[in-house]
Design a protein around this ligand. Structure first.
Ligand code: KIV
Ligand code: NA
Length: 266
């Protein structure tokens, strides 16, 4: 299989094609998603919520991200593997951003990093790009700045569209190969996708972006509870797993498991 590279994502945009990105944080899902044709695997800092049991992405560290990213990179044969730089690992200075991105590249085997960066941190993106590391930007709703943004709110509506465009243009000018647009007005996302030469990747950003991304535990129904409007659920794994494990528990208690065929003799 030919590895998906940043140039292929660029080409997709030029040819009016789409690509699919999905999160993964472990080797088994990485292999399944890769085999199913996912083009880009994102080792997101959403691992904070979906793997590590935190309520936000804010406590996530590079030390958390590295073993998860290494597991995904070891298992993905075709997909481009992108790793989030977590909160606190890149904001201080362009030098800090380079140091963190270099560590991810050296210790995981992943192919690119993603930074929640727009206009304000464009210099940090540029420094990482200069170091030879592909960077995906992330603008619109940026979960690491949830408290500064006043909670989970749709970005880029009305007059705020201009700032969204400026953020996306700044990361493109800094050398990013793509930019995530999270929870933004579909009208603003359409404007950004048109103005930029690099592909945009939407999550809650309408249907016009070159790529789409979702968190796998959301789209496969492993996580329960209230889902954001932008999630489409393709399975209900929480139910499937809960039912199966319930059967296991009752089989153990009733003595139905293990049966003769699961046992050794002699
Ligand atoms: O961490 C993550 O899963 C992300 C995507 C939602 C874009 O950043
Ligand atoms: Na993220």
């Amino acid at each position: 299989v030919t590895r998906v590279r940043t140039v292929h994502l660029q080409r997709a945009k030029a040819q009016g094609e789409k690509f699919a990105m999905l999160t993964s944080y472990d080797s088994l899902t990485a292999a399944i998603f890769d085999g199913a044709g996912v083009d880009v695997l994102l080792v997101g800092d959403s691992a904070g919520n979906n793997v590590l049991g935190y309520g936000t992405t804010i406590p996530v560290t590079l030390d958390h991200m590295i073993p998860l990213a290494a597991a995904v990179a070891r298992s993905a044969q075709r997909a481009l593997v992108v790793v989030d730089l977590p909160f606190g690992s890149y904001e201080e200075s362009p030098e800090q951003a380079v140091r963190s991105a270099v560590r991810v590249m050296k210790e995981t085997g992943a192919h690119a990093v993603k930074l929640e960066a727009g206009e304000e941190l464009a210099d940090h993106v540029a420094a990482v790009v200069r170091a030879g590391i592909p960077v995906m930007g992330h603008v619109g709703f940026t979960p690491q700045s949830e408290h500064a943004l006043g909670g989970y709110r749709v970005q880029g509506k009305g007059d705020a569209a201009a700032k969204l465009v400026a953020d996306a243009q700044a990361v493109q000018a800094a050398g990013a190969f793509a930019v995530v647009l999270e929870m933004v007005s579909a009208d603003a996302a359409e404007e950004v996708e048109e103005i930029l030469s690099i592909p945009t990747v939407g999550i809650g950003a309408g249907n016009v972006t070159t790529g789409q991304v979702l968190v796998w535990q959301d789209m496969l129904g492993l996580r329960t509870g209230r889902m954001p409007r932008f999630v489409k659920q393709y399975a209900q794994l929480s139910e499937t797993i809960g039912d199966a494990v319930g059967s296991y528990v009752s089989d153990v208690k009733s003595g139905q498991f293990p049966a003769e065929e699961h046992s050794f003799r002699g």
